[in-house]
Design a binder for this molecule. Structure first.
Ligand code: HEM
Length: 180
């Protein structure tokens, strides 16, 4: 994962719990640098390990941490120079969901080694929509949930998100039902 992701995890921890806790987490994960370079790639295993250590240090479930992280990511990226890209991705919640691949393609231009997920909306109704999610990675569904909730907040919407199809149970891909 690009350093930007791990840096956002650091930001979430230090803002919520202080620098000390972050140092504890780095120690637990045997990560000596304590900081990241946005545009450099780090092994996915480090990201998983940081989330696991944050869970141990805080006593908060790793699933919950990933969800909180997803929500935080929407605010963090908007503040860290990607605000304009966010603005370009849609002026409504639905439009934004339809442009998630375009958004990541634009990011891919800046970050050539990006392994972006793939999204496809379907079954749009007046108060719900479904989002197909495909990724080479495992374990990021809780983060996706937080991302969608955070994106809803960006458009002043209170959305509920639940997974309705599961790749690890034989479905073609993971599918989220989003309602408001
Ligand atoms: C300006 C805003 C955004 C930026 C800069 C951004 C950038 C990134 C980056 C750098 C990664 C790590 C992938 C890698 O390093 O190979 C990532 C992963 C991911 N992004 Fe985005 N992203 C943005 C918005 C969003 C939004 C709004 C969603 C969904 C609602 C989303 C969904 C995801 C998911 C689920 C992953 C996890 C990795 C995976 O599934 O394989 N992103 N994104």
């Amino acid at each position: 994962m690009y350093g930007l992701v791990n840096k956002a995890i650091k930001d979430l921890v230090t803002k919520g719990y202080g620098e000390e806790k972050w140092l504890e987490i780095c120690q637990l994960s045997n990560f000596e640098d304590e900081d990241f370079i946005d545009m450099e790639t780090y092994p996915d295993s480090l990201t998983y390990s940081l989330v696991g250590s944050a869970s141990k240090v805080s006593g908060i479930d790793a699933t919950k941490i990933l969800e909180l992280f997803g929500e935080h990511w929407i605010l963090y990226t908007a503040d860290e120079g990607y605000g304009e890209m966010m603005n370009l991705s849609g002026s409504t919640f639905i439009e934004f969901l339809n442009n998630l691949n375009l958004l990541h393609e634009r990011i891919n231009n800046l970050m050539p080694d990006l392994k972006a997920p793939d999204f496809q909306t379907r079954n749009e109704k007046s108060n719900s929509i479904e989002l197909e999610y495909r990724s080479d990675r495992e374990g990021f569904i809780p983060m996706l949930k937080g991302l969608i909730i955070g994106l809803g907040k960006r458009f002043e919407m209170e959305v509920q998100v639940k997974q309705i199809e599961f790749k690890n149970q034989g479905a073609q891909c993971d599918v989220m039902l989003i309602e408001w």
